[in-house]
Design a binder for this molecule. Sequence first.
Ligand SMILES: *[C@@H]1O[C@H](CO)[C@@H](O)[C@H](O)[C@H]1NC(C)=O
Ligand SMILES: *[C@@H]1O[C@H](CO)[C@@H](O)[C@H](O)[C@H]1NC(C)=O
Ligand SMILES: *[C@@H]1O[C@H](CO)[C@@H](O)[C@H](O)[C@H]1NC(C)=O
Length: 428
Amino acid sequence: MQFILFIAIFFSLGFNALAMPVVAPNRLQGRSFKVERVKRNDHVAHGPTALRKAYRKFGIDTTTLNGVDVSDFQPFETQHPAPKSAQAAAGKSDQTGVVDATSVDGDVEFVSPVNIGGQTLDMNFDSGSADMWVLSSRLPKSLRSNREVYDPSESSTFEDLKDSTFRIAYGDSSYASGGVGKDAVSIGGVKVTEQTFGLPTDISQTFADDTKSNGLLGLGFSSINTIKPESQKTFFDNVADSLDEPVFTVRLLSNGVGEYEFGTIDKTKYSGTLVNVSVDSSNGFWEFSSAQYAIGGGAFHTITQAPSAIADTGTSLMMVSPEVAEAYYQQVDGAIFANNANGYIFPCTSSLPTLSVAIGSAYSATIPGSLMNWSEVGTNTTTGETVCYGGVQSSGSSTMAIYGDVFLKALFVVFDQRGPSLGFASPA
Ligand SMILES: *[C@@H]1O[C@H](CO)[C@@H](O)[C@H](O)[C@H]1NC(C)=O
Ligand SMILES: *[C@@H]1O[C@H](CO)[C@@H](O)[C@H](O)[C@H]1NC(C)=O
Ligand SMILES: *[C@@H]1O[C@H](CO)[C@@H](O)[C@H](O)[C@H]1NC(C)=O
């Protein structure tokens, strides 16, 4: 949970700048709203699925990962808990501007209720992409059995964008594509009257099988929106000008409750300094420099393969440069990289050190060992020991690290359009 300052050469200069009070402009028309994310603790999370999903999303080539096939590894079955319905979660919240969200499959993804033209659907908020798309009645029946979908013909405010199409591909095996329309979209009571989004007519089996989420709400930069011929703005970009401050903040608690807040930086949610780091949005992501790491309070080392990182709410795990993952698990007794577990695993009784990563050039964030223990994943048939799956895993061939929920859970994070920049602090 600690957010630790490490002394850099420009310490005093940097600190003075960061220590200035944040003065919120007092705009009369401003508004802000919250969206809560609530995790369920009643099931086993499935780490390998989470990692495979992330590799697909970023098109990461996993053949570069040199693991071993472990013959004495017996994986557990994946469990699929029933999701809380969007209607139940959203019902009470329309009045107050607060909505609940539910995690599914042990935080493999989080879903939050989104109201589209009066219909409420569970969607996954994703700061690592910039498309909004929702499963609808335009999808062939075979790809939407046993699930709620958006029905544009039931909405009087829906409008087709006739010649527009979208196609989003996450690596080679997972995609959604189809037509485009617009409708009123509201989240936590804040409405964008004409939000453009995709209505897929084709999705990969992976999305068809994911019955917990009815689509994605991208919170990345609109530059990577895939709508053609004219790309469209994200919900956040559309709403930002009318917010008190053009920000959304993310606070995920390791006990499972979390929330998104749009339009304000709530000072009661963090303690100490809010570190402001500049974002390179040229790839469309909330990407920042993170070029050093330290394990268990040891010395800092330079990160070579993936020295920048993106803050990605849509990825469950913390995916770091391969050399960082390797160095980390060298400090964990009995840890191995197992191909057939799709990642690093270790005996559940091993102790896990902290992992610190640089945030820009003057600060670092320290992720506690407890967050690095993603879940029990199987048994060692030689020893009978339970084997656990790492919350930190290799980002493979990627040249950027992907700091997902495992990282975000240790922090209070501000996604700020000014700059653009990211703010990080210890949660209160
Ligand atoms: C199982 O335990 C043996 C003996 O400690 C070890 O060599 C092997 O790597 C372990 N396998 C797994 C999957 O952890
Ligand atoms: C990791 O989590 C599992 C439960 O998911 C627990 O049984 C185990 O003791 C934990 N191990 C460590 C090192 O925290
Ligand atoms: C962070 O820095 C940017 C400039 O890079 C500035 O516009 C923004 O207001 C800062 N955010 C906070 C919360 O201080």
